[in-house]
Design a binder for this molecule. Structure first.
Ligand SMILES: C[S@@+](CC[C@H](N)C(=O)[O-])C[C@H]1O[C@@H](n2cnc3c(N)ncnc32)[C@H](O)[C@@H]1O
Length: 343
């Protein structure tokens, strides 16, 4: 998208500037559609304007423009006056399907959309702008409300599911017997690893608040005999021992010193030959192509006291500094890449 603003025009054009500047209009139309469960409702049955106005609880003044904006965005189809889901929204945004990935959009709508209004303040002050403003422990504040806790952990699953499936399938699991996912949230990664590799025994390590939600998810997915939860704080407690240690979307939450400390602790907890995996929306090494990675990093500015995203080269450098060998970076599909190192 970034290149489209620069290429192909002889004269300076304003279109791209306008498209990006008013991107929040499109973004909020999609987020409100998820909130109003438009796609879940249409997956049950397509409908015409009058029926949908009633079924979705819309005001007659808003309904036509809202639904047609979703058509223009490509999220709905309209034929002979009847609205239906596009293939993608039917697959990913129908709440009743296992492929639903709207959890992260729900969190974007309820939390991030408002907090990003303070981006300019964050750019000037370097200070986080969320409900944790002024608090020492931002995860404790985030998790103080049970609904917010559950919403956040579920959002992590929908954000990470593509990468989790790729790691469960791509990594050479036949060489290893055990794995620990450090900062496991709801547990989707260790669940997918266990499902794809029945010989692996797994631990999900996270703050105690995540335990019940993790255990429910593991039971729902039928892998309770392979996987267990271990409560702990990765800064204060020793990390569980396993052949493979993974940190997904964990390093980007912390400042450089904390990132290096976590990598060092992983190195110390692994046996010789053990593997460390870190995955995040890594920025391209030249820091000019992966817009999503750069925006995630700005989101860390909004959400954390010192977090930032990083390039694959940055990460491999930190791994080698901790003593890891055979470091490499692989794209996982979706938005994430993983860096691995062998102790
Ligand atoms: C951004 S989430 C990533 C979750 C998951 N790995 C994923 O990629 O979807 C970071 C996770 O780290 C956990 N976490 C934060 N601070 C922690 C700490 N001090 N000790 C253990 N876990 C922590 C959070 O509870 C959360 O589950």
């Amino acid at each position: 998208m970034n290149e489209a603003g620069k290429q192909g025009f002889d004269e300076p054009r304003v279109d791209y500037i306008m498209q990006v500047a008013f991107g929040f209009w499109s973004s909020k139309v999609l987020l409100s559609a998820v909130e109003l469960e438009v796609f879940t409702e249409l997956a049950k049955q397509p409908g015409d304007l009058e029926a949908l106005t009633a079924r979705l609880g819309l005001h007659p003044r808003s309904a036509r423009d809202f639904l047609d904006a979703l058509v223009a965005l490509g999220f709905l189809e309209r034929a002979n006056g009847k609205y239906s889901n596009s293939t993608a929204t039917d697959y990913f945004l129908d709440k009743r399907k296992a492929t639903y990935c709207g959890g992260v959009l729900e969190m974007a709508n309820h939390r991030l959309y408002g907090f990003w209004n303070n981006l300019t303040t964050a750019l000037r002050t370097g200070e986080l702008q969320t409900e944790s403003k002024g608090e020492d422990n931002f995860f404790a504040t985030l998790y103080a409300d049970p609904q917010r806790l559950k919403g956040f952990l579920r959002a992590m699953t929908s954000m990470s599911h593509t990468a989790n499936l790729a790691i469960a399938q791509k990594f050479p699991w036949s060489n290893y017997r055990s794995a620990v996912d450090v900062g496991c949230a709801q547990g989707d990664l260790i669940v997918q690893i266990a499902r794809a590799n029945p010989h692996i025994r797994g631990i999900g390590f996270d703050l105690p608040q995540a335990g019940r939600i993790f255990e429910e998810y593991v039971a729902e997915n039928g892998v309770a005999s392979q996987v267990r939860f271990q409560a702990g704080n990765f800064f204060d407690d020793p990390l569980p021992r396993a052949d493979v240690m993974i940190m997904g979307h964990v390093l980007h939450d912390w400042n450089l010193e904390q990132k290096k400390l976590l990598i060092r602790k992983a190195y110390e907890a692994l046996p010789p030959g053990g593997a460390f995996i870190a995955y995040d929306a890594m920025i391209d090494d030249d820091r000019r192509q992966n817009l999503f990675g750069l925006l995630v990093s700005l989101n860390m500015l909004i959400e954390t006291p010192g977090g930032f995203d990083y390039t694959g080269a940055d990460c491999m450098g930190w791994l080698r500094e901790a003593g890891f060998r055979e470091t490499r970076v692989e794209f996982l599909g979706g938005v994430d890449s993983m860096a691995t190192g062998i102790r």
